[in-house]
Design a protein around this ligand. Structure first.
Ligand SMILES: O=C(NC/C=C/[C@H]1O[C@@H](n2cnc(C(F)(F)F)c2)[C@H](O)[C@@H]1O)c1cc([N+](=O)[O-])cc(O)c1O
Ligand SMILES: [Mg+2]
Length: 214
């Protein structure tokens, strides 16, 4: 039967990247998406903004919602301090299977815990299951209608502390209008928009960085 796009992306990584070299994995995926098949990775332009925020925060605890094929997981994990791990949540088992292989190809498997399931199921369990009190950095890149309910769940579960940084992809395209309205109008967040473009296109998109004020 016909392969899936994530499987073809994995093949491109195995063919064109160097094992254990995260940058070559990132470049191989971007090349595949620019020259073969578009895919919903954060991409190189927004990815550079992601890199700069991760570097600035230098987080000890990291959560990503929406692993997909692991592109942003690799981008984040390659920048973490030694001994720091990130938790990434993925709902689709087929995507998770590809992501595990891409993360391993980059040599970053020891810095990543990939959890399969839904945010509603897992966010309330994170403290007890992973021994985490609060997150320093959260990257939201999953279903856009889930951004708002999930940030509220982070608050309810006490997973944010004064200074926790949330970075959300696609706040323009496809858009997360209810999330944007919430973080921009809530007195509990200091929010800033980073303009860019939808990955591998000229369409407008951007990232919203929101700092929890406690
Ligand atoms: O729809 C988009 N992204 C949706 C991304 C969804 C991904 O997040 C996973 N997930 C769902 N729940 C969880 C969690 F974590 F809750 F468990 C994880 C889904 O299985 C999927 O792999 C998208 C679309 C476009 N576009 O241009 O159409 C561009 C983009 O950058 C995008 O991210
Ligand atoms: Mg996205």
């Amino acid at each position: 039967t016909r392969s899936t796009r994530p499987q073809r992306m994995l093949k491109a990584v195995q063919k064109n990247a160097t094992k254990g070299n995260p940058q070559s994995v990132i470049s191989a995926i971007d090349y595949f998406c620019k020259n073969s098949e578009w895919a919903m990775n954060v991409g190189d332009e927004k990815g550079s903004i992601l890199d700069s925020v991760v570097t600035e925060v230098n987080p000890s605890t990291v959560l990503e919602l929406g692993t997909y094929c692991g592109y942003s997981t690799v981008r984040i994990a390659r920048l973490l301090s030694p001994g720091t791990k990130l938790i990434t949540l993925e709902f689709n088992p087929a995507y998770a299977a590809v992501a595990r292989q891409i993360i391993a190809y980059a040599g970053l498997q020891d810095k990543v815990t990939l959890v399969e399931g839904s945010s509603g199921e897992w966010i309330p369990q994170i403290k007890e299951r992973f021994g985490i009190t609060t997150f320093d950095f959260i990257f939201l890149d999953h279903w856009k209608d889930q951004y708002l309910p999930d940030i509220k769940l982070f608050e309810e579960c006490g997973l944010l502390r004064k200074g926790s940084v949330l970075l959300a992809d696609n706040v323009i395209c496809p858009g997360a209008p209810d999330y944007l309205e919430y973080v921009r109008n809530s007195p509990r967040y200091e929010s800033r928009y980073y303009p860019a473009h939808l990955e591998y296109t000229k369409l407008e998109d951007g990232l919203e960085k929101s700092v929890f004020l406690g």
